[in-house]
Design a protein around this ligand. Sequence first.
Ligand SMILES: C[S@@+](CC[C@H](N)C(=O)[O-])C[C@H]1O[C@@H](n2cnc3c(N)ncnc32)[C@H](O)[C@@H]1O
Length: 309
Amino acid sequence: MKNATTPNHAKQNIAIQATLENVDCRDGMKQLKENVVSLILTDPPYFIDGMGDDWDTQKLKKRVKPGVIGSLPAGMKFSVKQGRELQKFLTPVAHEWMRVIRPGGFCLVFSQNRLGHRTAITLEDAGFEIRDVLMWRYEGQAKAFSQDHFIRKRKIATEEKDRLLQKLGGRKTPQLKPQGEMIILAQAPREGTFVDNWDKWETGLIDVNNPVINPTQFPGTVIQSKKPKERYGHMTAKPVDLLQHLIRIFSAPRALVLDAFAGSGSTGVAAILEGRNFIGYEIEPEMATRAQERIKAALHEQQSPNIIM
Ligand SMILES: C[S@@+](CC[C@H](N)C(=O)[O-])C[C@H]1O[C@@H](n2cnc3c(N)ncnc32)[C@H](O)[C@@H]1O
């Protein structure tokens, strides 16, 4: 049984290596050799309205918060184009993941629920096997939008407004309260049996002995974790305990974990806390600096004998 507070690498006094590069992951990953990564755990850009692969936090705040487009809050305008753009963007990335991942290695990709099918198809087309869909369970805020305001603003007779208001009966735009986010669980094809693959690559099997979340229960596909209070300047920072939970189950101690879209560096921090090596890429300079600082602090905290940035 692993000790949750003292990672194996610390006990053995072996250096953990963590690198966060401020580059486009499509360039950065080209420097990696084949079959070097044991686990990909990543959270790509969202491709909802106004959010593509560019991620300027200040611009995003302006674009996503105020305003209304087509009777929807800005940032919630849905179109089929967004999914197609996400797929187009992720396709070369997923092929690179397939090249660098070890046989049997897992690839866990967060996805907006309504874009998850695009993520899954992209991974499958790149050669991964889709094994499951996990759900990060949290309590979100209801975002459905009343139409009453738009009816009242119409330049029509009061009787007509009243008729419409009554007919709609308080109905809202089609968004139930968000309570979870999908994580597509894919796996690179194994080499031979589970045993042979593990013996050679230390991938392809899961560790259910001492899960981080709900340690007394067999880990399931729905994983509850609160949205983090501290987001390190990132709108979509993920909870570190959730990432630790996934890393512990889906990789071996000292394995190399890759996050191609590192954001504020949460996956890097989680990997270090779990005694795994880490490589991450973040395209936005300000965010990359924050991620590097977090990762450095985590290495210090873990008293890793060697800090490599
Ligand atoms: C959804 S966020 C990740 C948030 C992260 N999980 C966290 O906890 O902070 C996606 C990140 O990918 C970055 N990004 C977008 N395109 C990229 C690219 N081509 N290469 C590297 N990073 C990219 C964005 O700047 C953004 O910070």
